[in-house]
Design a protein. Structure first.
Length: 320
């Protein structure tokens, strides 16, 4: 079987992590996994290339390597607004015309945008730079919240770890989910995070409820499958609904209803990770009204679907 040729285009100072994300997925040698890719690195000016962590690396190939690439990876660009030579732009456009796929990791999206190949298309980059990408290239439709965007011939990813997600996604597209899962398993990674998943999720710092709320929180946490209302919580706590709401706001920073929803969604996550229960059964166990309600709430909170979450983190992801 002819191997797929992947060439990473680096530029100094090069971030080793973004480069290693592609190198490990496409170039790693694993005794129990067949090799379907050849991986090499090129630069506009071969020779020592400075890195962002203080040591140089030796690159022996120039832009001519892109002429034979099946996939070109741009593993970041430091700084993101650094100039890109006409020679690099021409080499990338030529590779694309020839049929090569071009994937930009993190700030590599700024280089790909300069080629014009993203005009009129969705794209993403590290969340710190999405506003600048949108301002610098108004022809793009910048999606600030996703891990990666793949159009088949061009693709972009968010920062650092999302580059691995994109590379595994490309492997899955080329050779199927089972092969990508073998690579991910060797890297001790979940085999699949949805491209539409949020780049990051902020969580409030955990707070400790005092003795006035702790009993009712414990009581409710063991009865999520029941119909729990603010009135029932207040009755169990021996408080008025108004007083209960005030204490929730003071101690937990949320309303009783928001707390209950969070507990139910967290319980659903545990069941998705640890069981093969169908979604309808999970809905019943965590006390949500319907599967549709769970999917809507789950996507709003976590940026992915229950099915997508289970594929990424469920126990069934492990290969036998």
């Amino acid at each position: 079987m002819k191997r797929h040729r992947v060439v990473a285009l680096v530029n100094e100072p090069q971030s080793p992590f973004e480069l290693a994300s592609a190198a490990e997925v496409f170039g790693g040698v694993r005794p129990d996994v067949p090799r379907h890719y050849d991986f090499r690195v090129c630069a506009e000016h071969p020779g020592p290339v400075a890195t962002t962590v203080g040591y140089p690396m030796l690159v022996d190939a120039g832009l001519a390597a892109l002429r034979r690439a099946d996939t070109v990876v741009i593993p970041g660009w430091q700084p993101h607004d650094a100039p890109v030579s006409a020679a690099i732009i021409a080499a990338l456009r030529s590779a694309h015309r020839r049929g090569a796929r071009i994937a930009a990791i993190c700030t590599g999206a700024f280089v790909l945008a300069r080629t014009g190949l993203l005009d009129g298309r969705r794209a993403t980059t590290h969340w710190r730079h999405t506003a600048e990408l949108a301002a610098d290239f108004p022809e793009l439709r910048v999606d600030r919240d996703v891990l990666f965007v793949d159009h088949g011939d061009v693709a972009t990813s968010a920062g650092t770890g999302a580059g691995i997600d994109l590379c595994l996604h490309l492997v899955r597209s080329d050779h199927g989910a089972a092969y990508a899962a073998q690579i991910a398993l060797n890297m001790v990674l979940p085999p699949h995070r949805e491209g539409s998943q949020l780049q990051y999720a902020t969580r409030p710092a955990p707070v400790r409820a005092d003795e006035s709320l702790a009993p009712v929180l414990e009581w409710a946490s063991t009865r999520l499958h029941n119909r729990l209302t603010v009135g029932r919580l207040a009755e169990q706590a021996g408080l008025s609904e108004r007083t209960l709401a005030r204490r929730f706001a003071e101690q937990l920073g949320v309303s009783p209803g928001q707390w209950l929803l969070g507990q139910r969604l967290d319980a659903a996550r545990v069941l998705l990770e640890s069981s093969d229960l169908p979604v309808d059964a999970i809905v019943t166990r965590v006390g949500l009204a319907s599967a549709v309600n769970l999917r809507r709430r789950f996507r709003s909170r976590f940026g992915t679907t229950p099915g997508g979450y289970r594929r990424a983190f469920g126990e069934g992801r492990r290969l036998s």
